[in-house]
Design a binder for this molecule. Structure first.
Ligand code: FAD
Ligand code: FES
Length: 270
């Protein structure tokens, strides 16, 4: 892997911007220096004269010549990112943190539970699992969004189904065209017969909390539940303490944690 300075952003050109939903866009970036990452690692995205914010690439780590990042507009930096145009130059610092421990998933049934823009890191994971699908017993994706319009990667689910991924989707509020499930994403757990081996959860804090409680109740073991934790970040490399989660730093020790590692830490869902 090429040596990249984690303090120094690499210049990146915005090649393509896709509107996923009214407030989520996917940005395709071409970096001046290649940055290899493991699925689940994150980068700091710098907008010149505005600031930086952390995001997990949503593309496959096997695609080396470009990187995709899917971003929801949530505040100052993300609003600035959403106002960027194709051809603009930004900075990318990383890769940071630890990726998903794929070795621990091998030979097992892998359940992915995603909510809203939490599908972004999970898409990178899913593409990685698909690339080595013979290594996994079964791959399932349960994905929920607020409304059909809020579903990201709308055109891609059919491709993933063709690859053998079992997919179930729900929306909190449907419309007359929505033929799939209505309800919070955890209702989908009732629709599938599961071996309860490995589950990976990513979404808004409330969804992470109720998703975890639901799978625990079903019989998943705390050490087989993998959660993507989000905390405010600054340095991204374990130096400043901004992202403390108990005795862990999310940037360095995470962002992916086993539930068994963090379950006794106060306020993990805040
Ligand atoms: C490892 C990691 C990976 C991530 N990956 C993605 C991704 O792939 N896609 C994605 O869309 N997002 C992702 N995020 C979330 C993303 O980093 C944030 O949405 C972004 O940093 C928001 O920055 P901002 O300046 O736009 O918003 P801010 O201006 O910081 O505001 C964001 C929201 O937080 C609130 N807020 C701000 N400061 C505080 C505070 N001190 N206390 C409480 N609330 C506050 C604001 O009111 C607002 O609702 C990731 C976060 C982490 C840590
Ligand atoms: S962001 Fe500085 S220690 Fe994690």
């Amino acid at each position: 892997m090429p040596m990249v300075n984690p303090y120094k952003p690499v210049k990146a050109k915005l090649k393509k911007i896709v509107d996923e939903t009214p407030n989520i866009k996917t940005f395709t970036l071409v970096l001046e220096e290649q940055m290899e990452f493991k699925t689940g690692q994150f980068v700091q995205f710098t907008v010149p004269e505005v600031g930086e914010a952390p995001f997990t690439p949503s593309s496959s780590p096997y695609v080396k010549d470009q990187m995709e990042i899917t971003i929801m507009s949530a505040g100052r930096v993300t609003e600035a990112i959403h106002s960027l145009k194709e051809g603009d130059t930004v900075g990318i610092r990383g890769p940071l943190g630890k990726g998903y421990p794929l070795e621990e998933f091998k030979g097992k049934e892998v359940l992915i539970l995603g909510g809203g823009v939490g599908m972004a890191p999970l898409r990178s994971l899913l593409l990685t699992l698909i690339a080595q699908k013979k290594d996994f017993k079964r791959i399932l994706l349960l994905y929920g969004a607020k409304t059909p319009q809020d579903i990201i990667y709308k055109g891609q689910f059919a491709d993933w189904r063709k690859e053998g991924v079992e997919i179930h989707r729900s929306v909190d509020n449907g419309d007359e065209d929505w033929k799939e499930k209505v309800g919070v994403v955890t209702v989908l757990l009732d629709d599938v017969k599961l071996g309860k081996e490995v589950v990976i959860i990513c979404g808004p804090p409330i969804m992470m909390k109720f998703g975890t409680l639901s799978v625990l109740e079903m019989g998943y073991k705390p050490e087989n539940i993998y959660l993507s934790m989000e905390k405010n970040m600054s340095c991204g490399i374990g130096k400043c303490g901004h992202c403390a989660l108990g005795h862990y730093f999310v940037c360095k020790d995470g962002p992916v944690f086993k539930y068994s590692e963090i379950k006794d830490i106060e306020g993990i869902w805040d």
